[in-house]
Design a protein around this ligand. Structure first.
Ligand code: SF4
Ligand code: SF4
Length: 153
């Protein structure tokens, strides 16, 4: 049983790392806190949208943007709130026909963009390769380098 469990773990890890090219396992589930629908950054191309003129152009390209309202602007970019979020129930008013981007949330790509999950989010991301394993590999490769030393306190 233990061997089977290990084999399944190794296969799962291989599938995520090599086939899906993921770096994190996602676990948990949505608890409908609504946090991800009221502080939203919008990425277009490689950049987060910073000016309203560009955003108004995007509105003509996808109906999802029509439902977003600018509520702030910070050092990252414009901050939006989705008008489909019911302020009382904290639930999505168009849940059954919400956009694909909402159905897939949260993806690990949000980390690449420098975003984070809200503290109330029911999802959790765990690195597939634990940090200790990465650190050990780096130590091993460095110990092979001549003239290179590592000091660990
Ligand atoms: S459409 Fe619904 S799920 Fe998507 S951001 Fe708006 S409120 Fe949230
Ligand atoms: S922040 Fe997380 S738990 Fe809250 S609504 Fe969004 S996906 Fe669901």
């Amino acid at each position: 049983m233990n061997l089977l469990h290990k084999l399944f773990g190794a296969l799962k890890r291989f599938y995520y790392l090599k086939i899906l090219r993921r770096k994190y396992y996602r676990s948990g589930k949505c608890n409908c806190c609504g946090c991800c629908c009221e502080k939203i950054y919008v990425k277009h191309g490689k950049n987060i949208i910073y000016d309203e003129e560009l955003f108004n152009k995007l509105k003509t390209m996808h109906s999802f943007y029509d439902d977003l309202e600018v509520i702030d602007k910070d050092e990252t970019g414009l901050v939006f709130r989705c008008n489909n979020l019911d302020p009382i129930t904290r639930k999505c008013k168009i849940h059954r026909r919400r956009a694909k981007i909402c159905r897939n949330y949260p993806q690990e790509e949000i980390f690449m963009m420098g975003a984070q999950l809200s503290d109330d989010c029911g999802y959790k991301f765990t690195p597939i390769v634990p940090f200790s394993e990465v650190f050990e590999k780096v130590l091993k490769s460095k110990s092979k380098d001549s003239g290179c030393r590592f000091f660990i306190e």
